[in-house]
Design a protein around this ligand. Structure first.
Ligand code: ZN
Ligand code: ZN
Length: 814
C-alpha cells in the first residue's frame, strides 16, 4: 500500500468491506431511538448526474451524523421506475420498457453505490416490479371500496405530445405539460379520479408538520379555499327543464350590481340557452375557445372576448332579467362554470363590461365616491348603495345580511369552495400500474378480486406510435372473464399516474420482502412517520401533496394510524452549471463517474457540500473540486505524519484543546441545521491550526492524538472512505462508522477571558470580563450598555472613546 492518498484504491476497498460486513443493514429495533431519514428516490432515467448527488450526498452525511449520535437510522434507496420516457424509448427503438428500465437501474445502482452512502440495499424498492405494483393496485381497490376512487366523465387536460391526460397539478407554467412543455388542451373523457377534495380542509392543516413556509404556501394556494355564498339565479327558458342556475361568489354583498351573467363555453346548458339568431356565432366561439390553454383564457393581459346567447336569467334579489353570455375567461372546472358579472367590483368583469359597453352599477361605494363613473373596479369594502333594503350597511355586514336573506328565501346559502379538483389518475399509457378494474356488460364496473392481483402488464405488447395505449391492442390483456358472472368482459386499459406509486413507496421500505401485505404493521408503526424528508421543492403540489392525501386516505380505510407521512421536510437548492440549472434536457450535465474515477467520491461529497448552504445550492466549477481534493490530501498527510513532541507548552495545549472543542460544537450545530458549508469551513480552520501545532511540536503526543481522532470523527460523515482509511491506519478499531459523534466541553470551548477596565473621563467606573478576542466595536457597545456607565454618562455625550486592546476603554465626555 502506498502512503499517498489514493481514493481510487481506498474507496472501492471500503465499500466492499462495508457491504461484506453488512455495516449499514438496519435492524428494526436495536434499542436506540429510531430516525427515518428519507431522500426522494430517483426516476430511472439511466444516469445519475451531479444534481442527483446534490440530493443524495448531503442527506447521507446527515443520516451518518444521526447514526453517530446514537439513533437507529433507516436511510433507504429505491427507484421510481414507471413513466413515459421508458415507453417513448420503446416506441422509438423497440426496446421493451421493462428491459430499458432494469438496465438503467443497474447502472444507477452502481452509481449510487459509488457515493458511499449508508443505504441498506436489502430494502430497495422498485415501483415497476409486480411485487410492488401488486400493492399499488391493492391500495387502489381499497380506495375504490371506500368511495375514494371513482370513474367519471370530466373535462380533462390532454397533452397531445405525451398522448395522455394529465392531473391539474401536472399542468405547469403557462398551461403546459410538466414533462414536455407542450400546451395542454381540454378534452371530455371518462377517467379515474382519487377524491383528494374530500381532504381539502385537512390538507390545509400544517400544525403537525415542520415544513418550509414556501411549500406550505404553495399547497395552501393550490387548495385555494374561498368563503362566500352560492346564489341561485332563476331560469325560465322555453324548452329548458332546469329552472335555476347556481353561482359561487366571494362577494355576496355585490349581488345587486350584477349586470350580466357568464357561462363557461363548455357549460352543458349553452346549446339550450342559445337562441337561433346567436347559434352560428356561439358555435364559432366555442371552437375558438377549444384551441386555447387555460392560462391564455384566464390571462389578465388579453382583451376580453365573449358572445351573447340571447337568453336571460333572473336576479332573484331585485327581479331583474340578466343577459347570458359565454366567455372564455370562465373555466368549466372552477366553481359551477357560471359567473355573475359585477363589473363595478371585479376587475375582469369590469374589463368585460367596458369591451361590450355593458352597464357598470356601483353597489359598494368607495369612501369619497360622489356618484361618478369608476376608472377601474372597486374591490375594497365600503358602504352599500343601489341595493334596496341593504343600502347604508357597511359591505362586510351587508354580505352577512344578504346571506341571511338568501337562506331565509331559499335562493342561496353560505358556501365554501376550493380551487383543488380531484386527482385524475388515469393514464392512457402502457408503462404504469394497470388499474385493476374489469368492465362487464351485465355487471358494469367490477373490481379485480384481491386474490387475482397483480394485474400484470402483458410482456408482448406492441409499441407503435398510434397515440393510443399499447394495452388497448393487447388482446390477451384486454379480454378476460367477469369475476362476478363469468361472462366475457374487458379490462380497463388505463394505467395509474406514476405519482400513485410514489405516494406510498416510503411505507414499503419498512418491510422489505413482505409478500402477503404491502407492509408489516408492527414495523410500519415503529418507523413511520418519516422523521426527515429531503428533496426538491418542485414537488410541492404534486408528490408532496399527493403523498399527504394518500396517507390520510389509507388512514381512513384503517390501514395506518398516523396523519402525516413526513414530519420534517427540507428542500435542497440546485446546482448551477454554465449559468443554468443542471439538467439532461439543457445538456449541461456533469457526470459524476469521471470525477469519482479521478478525484474520488469523497472529494465530490466535500465539494458539493462546500459550494453553498444546502437549501440554496451553488455553482459547480472544476477549480473548486480540485481545491477540496487538496484539503483532503492535507488531512491525509497531517494524520499520517510522525508526530513527536519537543516538550509540552501548557499555553499551546490549552489553545489546541479550545480550538478542538469549539470545532466540535460548531460542527454539531451546523450538522443539525444542514449548514454543511460552514461545518466544513470550521474543519478546515481546525486543520490549519493542526498544521501550526505540527510545526511547533509544543503539545504532547496524547493531545495531538486526541485532536486527530476528533478531526477524523468529525470528517467521517462527510468523507466516509478517507476517514475509515485514516482511522484504520492510525490503529483505531474498525469501524469509524460505528463510533459516537464527539462531544464538546463548554468550559474547554470557552474563549480565554481578560478583565476590561472601563473609565469615564479617566476615572475607573466599571470592570468586566470579556473574551480575549473581543473587537473594538464590540467592546465599545458593551461598555456603553453597562448600567454603571450609563449612570455616569447620564444625558451627556461621549466626545471620544480611547480603546487599549485587551486592557481598558476610556470614555471622554463632552
Ligand atoms: Zn407532455
Ligand atoms: Zn359480470
Amino acid at each position: 500500500m502506498t502512503t499517498k492518498y489514493n481514493p481510487q484504491e481506498i474507496e472501492k476497498k471500503w465499500q466492499d468491506k462495508w457491504a461484506a460486513d453488512r455495516l449499514y443493514e438496519t435492524s428494526d429495533d436495536n434499542g436506540n431511538p429510531k430516525f427515518y431519514a428519507l431522500t426522494m428516490f430517483p426516476y430511472t432515467s439511466g444516469d445519475l448526474h451531479i444534481g442527483h448527488w446534490y440530493a443524495m450526498a448531503p442527506s447521507d452525511v446527515h443520516a451518518r451524523f444521526k447514526r453517530m449520535q446514537g439513533y437507529n437510522v433507516l436511510h433507504p434507496m429505491g427507484f421510481d421506475a414507471f413513466g413515459l420516457p421508458a415507453e417513448n424509448k420503446a416506441i422509438s427503438t423497440g426496446i421493451n420498457p421493462y428491459v430499458w428500465t432494469m438496465k438503467n437501474i443497474e447502472n444507477m445502482r452502481r452509481q449510487l453505490k459509488s457515493i458511499g452512502a449508508v443505504y441498506d440495499w436489502n430494502r430497495e424498492v422498485i415501483t415497476c416490479l409486480p411485487e410492488y405494483y401488486k400493492w399499488t393496485q391493492w391500495f387502489f381497490l381499497k380506495l375504490y371500496q371506500a368511495g375514494l376512487a371513482y370513474r367519471s366523465e370530466a373535462p380533462v387536460n390532454w397533452c397531445s405530445n405525451c398522448q395522455t391526460v394529465l392531473a391539474n397539478e401536472q399542468v405547469v407554467g403557462d398551461g403546459e405539460c410538466w414533462r414536455c412543455d407542450t400546451a395542454v388542451v381540454k378534452k371530455n373523457l371518462e377517467q379515474w379520479f382519487f377524491r383528494i377534495t374530500r381532504y381539502a380542509d385537512e390538507l390545509l392543516d400544517f400544525s403537525h408538520i415542520d415544513w418550509p413556509d414556501r411549500i406550505k404556501t404553495m399547497q395552501k394556494n393550490w387548495i385555494g379555499k374561498s368563503t362566500g355564498a352560492e346564489i341561485v339565479f332563476g331560469l325560465d327558458h322555453e324548452g329548458v327543464e332546469t329552472k335555476e342556475i347556481k353561482v359561487f361568489t366571494t362577494r355576496p354583498d355585490t349581488v345587486f350590481g350584477v349586470t350580466f351573467f357568464v357561462l363557461a363555453p363548455e357549460h352543458s346548458l349553452v346549446p339550450q340557452l342559445t337562441t337561433p339568431e346567436h347559434k352560428a356565432e356561439v358555435e364559432q366561439y366555442i371552437l375558438q375557445t377549444q384551441r386555447q390553454t387555460e392560462i391564455e383564457r384566464t390571462s389578465m393581459e388579453t382583451d376580453k372576448s365573449g358572445v351573447l346567447l340571447g337568453s336571460y336569467v333572473i336576479n332573484k334579489l331585485n327581479g331583474e332579467p340578466i343577459p347570458v353570455w359565454i366567455a372564455d375567461y370562465v373555466l368549466p372546472s372552477y366553481g359551477t362554470g357560471a359567473v355573475m358579472g359585477v363589473p363595478a367590483h371585479d376587475q375582469r368583469d369590469f374589463e368585460f363590461a367596458k369591451q361590450f359597453a355593458l352597464p357598470i352599477r356601483v353597489v359598494v361605494a368607495p369612501p369619497d365616491w360622489t356618484g361618478g363613473e369608476l376608472e377601474s373596479a372597486y374591490i375594497e369594502a365600503g358602504s352599500m348603495v343601489n341595493s334596496g333594503q341593504f343600502d347604508g350597511l357597511p359591505s362586510e355586514q351587508g354580505a352577512e345580511a344578504i346571506c341571511d336573506y338568501l337562506e331565509t328565501k331559499g335562493c342561496g346559502k353560505r358556501a365554501i369552495t376550493y380551487r383543488i379538483r380531484d386527482w385524475l389518475i388515469s393514464r392512457q399509457r402502457y408503462w404504469g400500474a394497470p388499474i385493476p378494474i374489469i368492465y362487464c356488460n351485465k355487471c358494469g364496473i367490477v373490481p379485480v378480486p384481491v386474490e387475482d392481483l397483480p394485474v400484470l402488464l402483458p410482456p408482448d405488447a406492441e409499441f407503435k406510435p398510434t397515440g393510443e395505449s399499447p394495452l388497448k391492442y393487447a388482446e390477451t390483456f384486454v379480454n378476460t372473464t367477469c369475476p362476478q358472472c363469468s361472462s366475457p368482459a374487458q379490462r380497463e386499459t388505463d394505467t395509474m399516474d406514476t405519482f400513485t406509486c410514489s405516494s406510498w413507496y416510503f411505507l414499503r421500505y419498512t418491510s422489505p420482502g413482505v409478500d402477503d401485505s404491502p407492509f408489516d404493521n408492527s414495523k410500519l408503526k415503529h418507523w413511520m412517520p418519516v422523521d426527515l424528508y429531503t428533496g426538491g421543492a418542485e414537488h410541492a403540489v404534486m408528490h408532496l401533496l399527493y403523498a399527504r392525501f394518500f396517507i390520510k386516505a389509507i388512514r381512513d380505510v384503517g390501514l395506518v394510524n398516523f396523519d402525516e407521512p413526513f414530519t420534517h421536510l427540507f428542500n435542497q437548492g440546485t446546482i448551477i452549471y454554465q449559468g443554468d440549472k443542471m439538467s439532461k434536457s439543457k445538456g449541461n450535465v456533469v457526470t459524476p463517474d469521471d470525477y469519482v474515477n479521478e478525484m474520488g467520491a469523497d472529494a465530490i461529497r466535500v465539494y458539493i457540500m462546500f459550494i453553498g448552504p444546502w437549501e440554496q445550492g451553488g455553482e459547480w466549477n472544476d477549480h473548486g473540486i480540485v481545491g477540496m481534493s487538496r484539503w483532503l490530501n492535507r488531512v491525509w498527510n497531517l494524520t499520517l505524519a510522525d508526530y513527536s513532541s519537543k516538550g509540552t507548552d501548557p499555553g499551546a495545549e490549552k489553545a489546541l484543546s479550545r480550538v478542538m472543542h469549539k470545532t466540535i460544537r460548531k460542527a454539531t450545530g451546523d450538522m443539525e441545521r444542514f449548514r454543511f458549508n460552514t461545518m466544513l469551513a470550521a474543519l478546515m480552520e481546525f486543520t490549519n491550526h493542526l498544521g501550526k501545532v505540527q510545526d511547533l511540536r509544543a503539545v504532547s503526543e496524547l493531545a495531538w492524538q486526541e485532536a486527530i481522532t476528533n478531526l477524523l470523527l468529525l470528517l467521517a460523515p462527510t468523507a466516509p472512505h478517507l476517514a475509515e482509511e485514516l482511522w484504520s491506519r492510525t490503529g483505531q478499531p474498525y469501524s469509524i462508522h460505528n463510533q459516537s459523534w464527539p462531544r464538546w466541553d463548554e468550559e474547554l470551548a470557552k474563549e480565554e477571558e481578560i478583565t476590561l477596565v472601563i473609565q469615564v473621563n479617566g476615572k475607573l467606573r466599571d470592570k468586566v470580563s470579556v473574551p480575549v478576542s473581543i473587537t473594538e466595536p464590540e467592546a465599545k457597545e458593551l461598555a456603553l450598555s453597562r448600567e454603571r456607565i450609563k449612570d455616569c454618562i447620564q444625558d451627556k455625550k461621549a466626545a471620544r472613546i480611547i480603546y487599549v486592546p485587551q486592557k481598558l476603554l476610556n470614555i471622554v465626555l463632552e
